[in-house]
Design a protein around this ligand. Structure first.
Ligand code: ADP
Ligand code: ZN
Ligand code: ZN
Length: 831
C-alpha cells in the first residue's frame, strides 16, 4: 500500500522545441499529466515571452534543470506518441552529423499540420474601468467583446470594416481595456464528404415501390430517388444503401434542385451523413496482374537477396529500361510479407508519376504517398497512417525519411545519384540517400540503391566491397539501346547549315518524325527564353539588382526574372543605359526553342516541360498523359524530361548545348554530364522493334566524355573520374564541408571569411582548407558570399572531432564583436 505521506516525485520532460537552439529544454510535467505523458507525444509550452509552441517529448525523468527554473507544460496533445523512438534517434543523428540543431530537424520532419498554430484573441481586461478614455471605434470593440466574451482579429476587422486594426488593438491594450491571449488551434483537418442514403424504413422493395408511386405527384423528388437508385441499386441488395452516395453528385446536376433534396431529407426519406475520406483516392488502386520477372530480373533479385545476408547496402546498377522497378516490386513484396515496413524514395515524385501509378496498382491501399506538392493535411494523413498501421509501405520524396517508422525492413533509393536528395536550405542540409542508409541500419533493415548511372560515391563503395553490387545490363524485352549521332555544330556553322540553334541533321529528323507521327524529345537544360538581354550598341546586359547574375528573359510572361532570388522586372523597350532600341536576346532556353519550332513547323504540336510550365499541382501529370496519348509531337524540356519517364513512341531525342553541361566549372561536371545525358538518352526508343536515336549537338565531337556516353561506358567514365578525384583529393576519397560566409558588405564578408579560414588552416593544415573564394554567383539577395571548402580524408581523419572543431571556430568568429552580423552556413557533404 502506498502511504499518503510518500513524497511524490516531480516529473520533468526534456523537449525538442522547433527553434534553432542547440539543447533540449526541460519543462515540468503538471501532476495530472504525469500518468498520461509519453515520450514522442506533442505538448504545448510557452517559450520566451509570448510564444506558445508545439514541442515533442524526447525524455522523461525526475532531475530538475540546474541552470533555470523549469516552466510547466501547458497542454498534452497526444495520448499516443506521434514520434517513434527510432525517429528520435534519427533526428539526433542528423543533427549531429549535419551540424545543426535537433529542433531544426524536427521542424523539417513534422508536417506543418502537426504543428500547432496559435491565433491571437482579444478579451476584456477585468480591471478595466476608464471607459471614458475610449474613442468611438474602441468603444464599439469593447461593447462587442462584452457580448461575445472574446473576439478574434478577423472579427474585429469585420466589425470595424477595416483591414488594419493593429493600431486600435494597441491603443486598447495601452489603455488597459483588453488583454490579448493565444488560442491554440490544431491545423490538421480530416477531409469529410457529405453523403446521403435512404433511411432504414425505405430499404425494402415493398417500401421502395410504394415510395416511388407516392412521389408521382412530385416528379422532381421522384427524379432524385430514381437517380439515387441508378447509382445504388438498393432493390437488388439493401446492404448497398449503407455506404450512401456523395451529395455532390446531385449538386452537380443542374436539373436537380437542392430544395427538392432537402425536402426529401426533411420528410425522413433520405438522411444525410458525413464520412472521412482519404485524400489518395484519385490514384487508382487495385491488383494489376503480377508481371513475371525475366531471367535477368530474377537473377538480379536472387543476388540482391543473397547479398543482403551479409551487406547492409546493395547497389543495383541497371541500365535505363532494364526493368529495375519490377525487381524493386518483388523485394518490397517480400519485405511486406515478413511484416516489416518499406520505404521507397524517389527524387521528386511529380517527376515520376508513372512509377507511382505502377506501384499503386500492385500494392493498393497499404501504400502511402508522401509528396512535396501534397497539402499539409495529406502529409498528416500519411504520418498518422503509418502510426496506426494503415500504410506499411510508403513511396516518397526525400523528406519521407523523417516519417514515423518503427520497423523498417527495407529502404529503396531509386535514382540514387540524383542531387535532389540533398537539401540545400534550410538546415538540416541532409542527403536523404545517406540518411536512408543510417536509418535502415538503426532499424536493422536493408538499403537498396538503384540507378542506371550511379553516383561515384556509391559505385566506389560497391567496388571496395563495402556495398554489395548487382548489375542488369540488358533492356527489358531486348529493346536495343539508342543509337547516337554527334553533330558538329562548328562545322555546320561554317557551312551555314544551322538555323539558329538547330542543326540541319536535327531538323531533318524532326521533319521525318512529324511526317511519320513519331515523337521527339528536345532537351535544353535552361528554362526561359534567353539567359540575358544585351544592347548591341553599348553592350549593356540585363542583370539582377540583388544578385550578381543576369536576368533571364521570359517571353510569355513578358518579364525579366532572376532565377536566384525571384526578382522580376519589365522588359525594357530600349537600352536602359544608352537608349538604343537595339536590345537583343542572347543565348537560348526552352521557351525560345519552343517558339522557333512553332515558327518553323506551325502544324507541329509542341509542349514545353520545365519549372515554369509545371508549377500547378497537376500540370506535370497532364503533360505526361498528353504526351503518352499522342497529343504532343515534340516535347521540349529541361532535366525534367530525363527522369524515369517511359514512352513508347519516342524515336528521337535531341540534345542542345551538351558542351555547357560538360564544361560546367565544378569538379563533378563530368560525372553529372554523363548522368544527365545518359538519362535523357534513355528516353529514346524503348521498343524492341524500333531502336531510338539520340542526336547530340556539340562544338567538339571528339571529347573523351562524349565517347563514353555514346558507348554507354559507365565503367570507363568511372575509371577516368576516380583517378582525378584521387589525385586532387575530392570525394569519395575525402568528405567535403563547405562553410559559406554571408554579409551585405563585401569587405566584412571577406574579412570574416579570412579570419575563419585562418583559424581552420592553423589546425587542419593548408592542404585541407581551400579559400575563401567567391562562389559562381558572388552575390545573392544582396548578400556577398565567400566559400571555404574543407576536405577531410575519409580514412585518416576523425570526422566527428573535425566537425566539432569547425563548429567551434565558426562560433569563435561569430563572437568577435566586429563580425557579429555575418551569417555562416555549414554544409556537410556539400554537392
Ligand atoms: P528502368 O527503371 O530500369 O529504366 P523500368 O522499370 O521503367 O526500367 O522498365 C522498363 C519497361 O519495361 C517498363 O515499361 C516496364 O513496364 C517494362 N517491363 C520491365 N520488366 C518487365 C517484365 N518482367 N514484364 C513485362 N514488362 C516489363
Ligand atoms: Zn545600350
Ligand atoms: Zn536576384
Amino acid at each position: 500500500m502506498t502511504s499518503l505521506f510518500e513524497e511524490e516525485i516531480t516529473l520533468f520532460a526534456d523537449l525538442i522545441l522547433p527553434v534553432p537552439i542547440p539543447n533540449l529544454f526541460t519543462y515540468r510535467v503538471p501532476r495530472e499529466m504525469a500518468s498520461l505523458i509519453k515520450v514522442g507525444a506533442r505538448v504545448i509550452v510557452q517559450f520566451g515571452q509570448k510564444r506558445v509552441i508545439t514541442a515533442v517529448v524526447a525524455q522523461l525523468h525526475s532531475n530538475p534543470p540546474v541552470k533555470y527554473q523549469a516552466k510547466y507544460i501547458l497542454e498534452l496533445l497526444d495520448e499516443q506518441p506521434i514520434v517513434t523512438q527510432q525517429q528520435l534517434e534519427l533526428f539526433a543523428w542528423v543533427a549531429e552529423y549535419y551540424l545543426c540543431n535537433i529542433g531544426e530537424v524536427m521542424n523539417v520532419a513534422l508536417p506543418a499540420g502537426l504543428k500547432i498554430t496559435s491565433q491571437s484573441r482579444i478579451q476584456l481586461n477585468p480591471e478595466f474601468e476608464h471607459e471614458d478614455l475610449l474613442t468611438d471605434q474602441e468603444q464599439l470593440v469593447v461593447e462587442e467583446i462584452k457580448k461575445h466574451q472574446t473576439l478574434s482579429y478577423e472579427e474585429v476587422e469585420r466589425l470595424l470594416q477595416k483591414s488594419n486594426i493593429t493600431s486600435i488593438i494597441k491603443s486598447l491594450v495601452g489603455k488597459r481595456a483588453v488583454i490579448l491571449y493565444e488560442e491554440v488551434k490544431e491545423r490538421y483537418k480530416p477531409k469529410v464528404a457529405k453523403k446521403i442514403r435512404l433511411t432504414a424504413a425505405y430499404t425494402t422493395n415493398e417500401a421502395l415501390s410504394k415510395l416511388a408511386a407516392d412521389l408521382d405527384k412530385t416528379p422532381k423528388q421522384q427524379e432524385i430517388l430514381l437517380k439515387y437508385l441508378s447509382f445504388i441499386p438498393v432493390y437488388n441488395n439493401p446492404e448497398l444503401n449503407y455506404k450512401g452516395l456523395d451529395k455532390s453528385i446531385f449538386s452537380q446536376d443542374d436539373t436537380i434542385s437542392d430544395a427538392s433534396l432537402n425536402t426529401l431529407i426533411k420528410k425522413g426519406i433520405f438522411e444525410q451523413f458525413e464520412v472521412f475520406v482519404s485524400r489518395f483516392d484519385d490514384i487508382p488502386a487495385g491488383n494489376m496482374g503480377t508481371i513475371t520477372l525475366t531471367d535477368t530480373q530474377q537473377e538480379a533479385f536472387r543476388q540482391i537477396h543473397e547479398l543482403f545476408a551479409e551487406k547492409e547496402v546493395v547497389l543495383l546498377h541497371g541500365i535505363t529500361g532494364s526493368g529495375k522497378t519490377e525487381v524493386y516490386i518483388e523485394l518490397i513484396k517480400q519485405a511486406l510479407e515478413s511484416g516489416s515496413q518499406v520505404l521507397f524514395l524517389l527524387p521528386e515524385i511529380a517527376l515520376t508519376t508513372q512509377i507511382v501509378v505502377r506501384l499503386r496498382k500492385v500494392f493498393g491501399d497499404v501504400m502511402g504517398i508522401y509528396h512535396s506538392k501534397f497539402s499539409d493535411n495529406e502529409r498528416v494523413e500519411v504520418w498518422k497512417g503509418i502510426l496506426d498501421g494503415k500504410f506499411q509501405f510508403v513511396v516518397g520524396v526525400r523528406s519521407a525519411i523523417f516519417l514515423p517508422f518503427d520497423n523498417l525492413g527495407l529502404v529503396i533509393v531509386d535514382e540514387e545519384h540524383e542531387t535532389s536528395y540533398k537539401q540545400h536550405d534550410p538546415a538540416p542540409r541532409y542527403n536523404a540517400r545517406d540518411v536512408a542508409v543510417i536509418m535502415s541500419y538503426m532499424h536493422k533493415g536493408k538499403t537498396l540503391l538503384g540507378s542506371a548511372t550511379p553516383s561515384l560515391e556509391s559505385y566506389f563503395h560497391a567496388q571496395s566491397g563495402r556495398y554489395g553490387f548487382v548489375q542488369m545490363k540488358q533492356r527489358y524485352g531486348n529493346a536495343a539501346l539508342p543509337r547516337f549521332e554527334l553533330i558538329d555544330t562548328k562545322k555546320e556553322k561554317r557551312q551555314k547549315q544551322m538555323k539558329n540553334e538547330f542543326s540541319s541533321v536535327l531538323l531533318s529528323h524532326l521533319e521525318y518524325n512529324l511526317k511519320n507521327k513519331e515523337q521527339t524529345i528536345l532537351f535544353q537544360n535552361r528554362r526561359g527564353y534567353s539567359p540575358y538581354l544585351q544592347c548591341e550598341e553599348c553592350n549593356w546586359i540585363s542583370e539582377c539588382a540583388n544578385c550578381d547574375v543576369s536576368l533571364t528573359y521570359h517571353m510569355k510572361a513578358r518579364e525579366l526574372r532572376c532565377h536566384y532570388c525571384g526578382h522580376k522586372e519589365e522588359v525594357p523597350r530600349t537600352c536602359p543605359h544608352c537608349g538604343s532600341p537595339k536590345v537583343k536576346t542572347m543565348g537560348y532556353g526552352t521557351e525560345k526553342i519552343e517558339e522557333e519550332i512553332n515558327v518553323m513547323y506551325p502544324e507541329a504540336r509542341v509542349q514545353r516541360m520545365d519549372l515554369d510550365t509545371t508549377r500547378a499541382k497537376n500540370a506535370y501529370q497532364q503533360i505526361i498523359s498528353d504526351f503518352e496519348e499522342g497529343g504532343i509531337d515534340i516535347l521540349v524540356g529541361t532535366q525534367m524530361v530525363s527522369k524515369g519517364l517511359d514512352f513508347d513512341n519516342v524515336s528521337v531525342v535531341g540534345i542542345f548545348d551538351a558542351d555547357r553541361i560538360i564544361h560546367f566549372p565544378e569538379f563533378r561536371a563530368s560525372e553529372r554530364a554523363f548522368q544527365m545525358l545518359t538519362q535523357v538518352s534513355g528516353r529514346a526508343g524503348r521498343r524492341a522493334d524500333k531502336p531510338g536515336k539520340v542526336l547530340i549537338q556539340t562544338a567538339n565531337p571528339s571529347q573523351p566524355l562524349l565517347e563514353k556516353i555514346i558507348n554507354n561506358d559507365y565503367e570507363g567514365m568511372y575509371e577516368a573520374e576516380i583517378a582525378e578525384r584521387e589525385k586532387f583529393s575530392y570525394p569519395p576519397f575525402t568528405r567535403l564541408i563547405k562553410v559559406t560566409v554571408k554579409h551585405i558588405d563585401e569587405g566584412t564578408a571577406l574579412r570574416a571569411a579570412k579570419v575563419l579560414a585562418e583559424k581552420l588552416t592553423s589546425h587542419l593544415g593548408a592542404s585541407r582548407v581551400l579559400g575563401p573564394q567567391p562562389p559562381l554567383v558572388e552575390r545573392v539577395r544582396n548578400q556577398f558570399l565567400f566559400d571555404i571548402l574543407i576536405k577531410l580524408e575519409r580514412e585518416k581523419i576523425n570526422f566527428k572531432a573535425a566537425k566539432s572543431f569547425i563548429q567551434e571556430k565558426v562560433i569563435d568568429t561569430l563572437t568577435d564583436k566586429t563580425l557579429k552580423s555575418i551569417q555562416v552556413v555549414i554544409d556537410v557533404d556539400c554537392l
